[in-house]
Structures are given as C-alpha cells and as structure tokens.
Design a protein around this ligand. Structure first.
Ligand SMILES: [Zn+2]
Length: 315
C-alpha cells in the first residue's frame, strides 16, 4: 500500500506530485535525503516532512547570513540597488516618526542601511532566532527579539516590515504573514523577497539540484499564483509584485552540478558560497537575469503588501 502524497500547505489541494529528492549540497550539514513535492493547482513547491527539529544542525555556524564577510562588487551593486528601492518605498509612507521591523534581520545590517536612507526612521526592531547577532544589533541601536515572528509580541505598530528571504524558511508562512498584518501600521508596507518556483532555472536544474531549494532550509517555495493566494488568506493586499534576479540560485545550481560530476570540489569545510566560482557566476547571472527580466520570469519574487482598502500608493 502506498502512502498518499502530502497536501499542499498553501491551497490544501491533495493532488501534489513528487518533484525532487535533494540533500544539503551547499553546506553538507546533514547526510539525509529530503523530499520535495509540487502542487499542480497553485504551483507551490514544498519539503515534506519539514525538518523542524534539526534547526541547529541545518544552520551551521558558517551559514552565510551569520558570517560578516568581505563585500564583493556584486554585493555592493546589490546594496546600492536595495537602497534605491527602499528610498522609493519609504517616500510613499507618510509620517515623521517611522518604525521599521526586520524579520530574520540578523545583526540589523539592512536596518543600518535604511536609517542612512531616511532620517524619519526613529525605531528599529530585529526579530531573529540567531543568538550571536543580538550583541551587534543592540550595539547599533536596534531593539532585538530572539525568537520567531509567531512568538514575538509588542504594543508598537510598524510602518515598514521587511521579510527578505524569510517566508520560505518557516513552517507556517500563513501564520507569519498574519502576524505581520497585526503589527502593520494602517498606511504601512510589508516588503517580501522570496524564491519563485515558476522559473527557467527551477525547471532546468530539477534533475540535478535547483539552488532555490537551498536544501533543507527552504520549506515552502511559492509561485506568483500561490503567493497571491497566501496573501489573500492572510488578509493582506498586494500593492506590487515583480520579479528580480535569482543569480545565487543559478550559481548554486551550476556549482552543485559540477561538484556532483566531480569536476570541482565542495565540502562542509568549503561550502558552495565560498567557492571561487560563486562570485563570477553570480555576477554573470545577475546580468543575464537583468536582461531577460522584461520577457521571462526570474527565480525571485519581490512583493509589497499592505492593508486592504488602503490604495493610496497604487499608481
Ligand atoms: Zn497548492
């Protein structure tokens, strides 16, 4: 007797298909195999079962968001583009005393950037499970809550809530979005960046390893369709949904393919992100995705959400 495939975590559709088996080819944190399923109705790609009891193992101490490394030129360009983007987002938020929350914000490096962009930002809050980031965040003037978004509570309302590469890492994205909605000021904006499964690279590297899986750390990966469904279920309105470059996923996918063919070497001591090919491949594919973006879907979604009925900045 065969076990039925799991239900889709976003639309609850029972008709999901097995999409891929993968391992941690990026950090080699475990030897286990993980199963990914795809929903034919909404396009969600998800891991099952969720390795929620392995957090300390699957986020090793050399995990990239825990390490403050040297900035390469790609990172600098990315930061410059981010600043430009956030300046335009902040311009649309009225008020003289703004509160900003960064969920999964680590040391608060993004909040540091935002404070330089807009002097109206008076209060900044990080919510993160990383114990080591607290000291740096607090010394840079950010309030720090060590724990999950679901368990965070405050009397404050936020004008800008960032969830950059966050919702794909959590077991219950709906609960996290609903929580963000309760913390959002009436005219506030939630900015989300998350992988898109409905992309060339996802299809191209399905048989070897697609970097967007970030196996086993990405648990629920959306398409435009499934994210719109999730936002609606959370009672939030989509103000803007665009596609942005997914260069790291191309780089992860290619380096893993070469490594599995034994052409190059990666290991727990030498994770993919520190491989010498990572920076040049990322630069090349950032440009590639930038050029093709007007006529094809790249593998990252950029979304702005707000309270429904508040259409003041829809143009
Ligand atoms: Zn679904």
């Amino acid at each position: 007797m065969s076990i039925p495939n799991p239900y889709c975590p976003v639309c609850r559709h029972p008709g999901t298909t097995h999409w891929a088996e993968a391992r941690d080819y990026e950090y080699f944190s475990t030897e286990d195999n993980y199963q990914y399923y795809h929903c034919s109705r909404c396009g969600t790609l998800f891991i099952n079962p969720i390795p929620a009891d392995q957090l300390h193992r699957i986020y090793p101490s050399n995990y990239y968001s825990f390490v403050n490394g040297k900035k390469n030129p790609v990172t600098r360009i990315k930061e410059w583009l981010d600043r430009r983007f956030f300046r335009s987002v902040l311009r649309q938020i009225p008020g003289e005393n703004l509160h900003v929350l960064d969920v999964g914000g680590g040391t608060g490096w993004m909040l540091d950037q935002l404070k330089k962009t807009d002097p109206r930002i008076r209060f900044t809050q990080v919510v993160d499970i990383d114990q080591a980031a607290r000291q740096i965040a607090e010394s840079n003037g950010h309030a720090y809550y060590e724990g999950t978004m679901e368990s965070f509570s405050t009397e404050k309302k936020f004008h800008l809530i960032l969830m950059l590469n966050l919702v794909e890492h959590v077991a219950d994205p709906l609960a996290v979005l609903q929580k963000a909605g309760t913390l959002l000021a009436p005219e506030g904006t939630i900015v989300i960046k998350t992988p898109n499964t409905d992309s060339w690279d996802a299809r191209l590297f399905r048989k070897t390893y697609w970097g967007g899986l970030h196996c086993p750390r990405h648990w629920v990966i959306f398409s435009e369709k499934s994210f719109r469904l999730l936002a609606g279920n959370a009672g939030l309105a989509i103000r803007e949904l665009t596609y942005t470059q997914g260069a790291p996923f191309w780089a992860f996918s290619i380096i893993t393919a070469l490594s599995r063919k034994k052409i190059i070497h990666t290991s727990a001591e030498k994770p993919v992100i520190f491989h010498p090919l990572f920076a040049p491949l990322s630069a090349f594919f950032a440009l590639f995705d930038f050029i093709r973006r007007p006529f094809s879907r790249t593998s990252q979604l950029f979304i702005r959400l707000g309270h429904p009925g508040n259409n003041r900045d829809r143009s």
